[in-house]
Design a protein around this ligand. Structure first.
Ligand SMILES: [Zn+2]
Length: 138
């Protein structure tokens, strides 16, 4: 069994800007917030100040369920630096609300991850107060 829990996956602090501040502020409170266009209702990912579908700047935020499924993934067994001697999963998770987010699958045997698997968000604190949304098997 190759277990990511055997060695802790690093949690580098994200760079926060005016477009992503609402998102990262919410992660510090354990909430996964997503932007939605108030004009055409499309859920936007990644966070932006305008809608990529219709161009509107009328963007609101709502709390996502934190549920999703593994859309695609890979296992990295040859990391460097803090990732050395660590097998970890890099994945696209398709959120229940639609967006596909690049993330990690954690708290499981990396060899047991599969496409279509149900996952649930977890938050890993970083040094700047924000927390990284990652996912574990639901
Ligand atoms: Zn729109």
């Amino acid at each position: 069994m190759t277990d990511t829990a055997a060695k802790t996956l690093p949690a580098p602090p994200p760079q926060i800007n005016v477009e992503t501040k609402t998102f990262w502020d919410a992660t510090a409170e354990g909430k996964l917030m997503l932007p939605r266009c108030n004009a055409c209702q499309v859920v936007i990912w990644y966070p932006r100040l305008f809608c990529p579908e219709c161009g509107s700047t009328d963007i609101g935020w709502f709390e996502a369920s934190g549920k999703g499924t593994v859309y695609s993934y890979t296992i990295n067994r040859r990391g460097q630096g803090d990732y050395r001697d660590l097998a970890y999963v890099v994945a696209y998770v398709e959120l229940e609300e639609g967006p596909r987010v690049l993330t990690n699958i954690v708290d499981c045997d990396v060899d047991q991850v599969s496409v279509g698997q149900a996952v649930q968000v977890v938050f890993h604190p970083t040094s700047n107060g924000a927390a990284l949304p990652r996912f574990r098997p639901a």
